[in-house]
Design a binder for this molecule. Structure first.
Ligand code: SF4
Ligand code: SF4
Length: 366
């Protein structure tokens, strides 16, 4: 109010900045920054930071799981807690657990974390597109780095001729269909018997031993996939990953989308060149494709402010907010599972030791 009692509209109405929020603002500003790379490629610090965090988590889980398997392989060693996060690498078990949950009304106690993590990632796909693939998955990170190597060595990555690319892209949906139809065709009792069977009880250990003691054939296949990712950006994710295919289908109904604004866009085509999913971003007003991973590389690489952004239900989202929502989804899901006691499984150490003696006898049920 002025001395006359009339509101003085000439004064600034900007709300006071709370000093306590300054560290938060500084972090958000840092996360919103872009990291320049080779040529026109740019990434947001936010994506690298989140990817780095989850890579670290995977390394810790891998180390803990190795210690656990070593301990149950010997009779005289105290058994450390098995990290339930290892079940993130059991997506099929997670999907079976989801169907079983619906049929039985309770989550299974063999690999509950696999189902919880699948639910978290499906929620992520709904809210943030396939952000799991480009922000969380360690295979996505390795794939990014291999493509970077390809750009460094060859100056570019390659694109198969479009009809071949189209057919290859269908493979991941075919694999997804194969798994889903196999699960759907099982009766509730058969599904439950599979989940509680010996093979599924130790499937995490079998998978760990598969990678820890790699056969020549498996090593050759992995090397071929790695070479494919050096030459073709996102080779595994684009053509073969059924998990990504499933998340993509959920992302189709996501309210989060990349928007291009004609008034600021100069048609420079940078966004098309950096898009790992090879989407024609410069020719669309809104990206709705199930192939969009929400990586935001197109937004980071666009040189014209206001030409391209990511929006949730039409409202612009800062990369830092995108990252915060993703982390919040993960943390809420993870802590909720712990609170409701559906995170750790109920297989005692003595039973694990018993299974370890018979591991070779357990074949995949047909
Ligand atoms: S959206 Fe940005 S990067 Fe894409 S064509 Fe327009 S100006 Fe270029
Ligand atoms: S459209 Fe943009 S956000 Fe979607 S995959 Fe391509 S580069 Fe990433």
């Amino acid at each position: 109010m002025s001395e006359t009692g009339v509101a003085d509209r000439s004064r600034s109405t900007t709300p006071a900045r709370l000093p306590a929020l300054e560290p938060l603002r500084a972090t958000a500003a840092l996360l919103d920054r872009r990291i320049p790379e080779h040529g026109v490629f740019r990434e947001f610090v936010a994506r690298r930071a989140v990817q780095g965090f989850f890579a670290l988590v995977c390394l810790v889980i891998g180390f803990q799981f190795a210690r656990f398997v070593d301990a149950i392989s010997r009779p005289d060693v105290p058994v450390p807690v098995r990290p339930p996060g290892a079940e993130a690498f059991l997506p099929i078990s997670g999907l079976m657990g989801l169907f079983d949950w619906v049929y039985q009304g309770a989550i299974n106690v063999i690999h509950p974390a696999a189902t919880i993590l699948l639910l978290i990632f499906l929620a992520m796909a709904f809210l943030l597109r396939k952000a799991f693939c480009s922000w969380v998955c360690p295979v996505g990170l390795i794939s990014d780095e291999l493509a970077r190597l390809g750009r460094f060595v060859f100056g570019r990555t390659f694109r198969p001729w479009w009809p071949i690319d189209f057919v290859l892209r269908g493979l991941k949906y075919l694999l997804l269909f194969f798994f889903v139809q196999a699960i759907v065709r099982m009766t509730p009792d058969a599904l439950s018997a599979w989940i509680y069977g010996n093979y599924n009880r130790v499937t995490d250990i079998k998978m760990y031993l598969f990678f820890a003691d790699l056969s020549w054939l498996a090593a050759t296949v992995l090397a071929a996939l790695a070479l494919g990712s050096v030459l073709i950006r996102g080779f595994w994710c684009r053509y073969l990953c059924p998990y990504g295919a499933l998340l993509g289908l959920f992302s189709w109904i996501s309210p989060t989308r990349i928007h291009r604004h004609d008034d600021a866009c100069t048609q420079c085509g940078y966004c098309d060149r950096v898009c790992p999913s090879r989407l024609p971003v410069s020719r669309k007003a809104v990206i709705r494709s199930v192939e969009c991973t929400g990586c935001l590389d197109c937004v980071a690489s666009c040189p014209h402010p206001g030409a391209l952004d990511v929006r949730f239900a039409g409202r612009p989202l800062r990369p830092a907010v995108f990252a915060a929502v993703l982390m919040a989804l993960f943390l809420v899901g993870w802590s909720g599972a712990r609170v409701f006691n559906v995170w750790h499984n109920e297989i005692p150490a003595a039973e694990y030791r018993w299974h370890m003696q018979r591991l070779d006898e357990y074949a995949h049920p047909r």
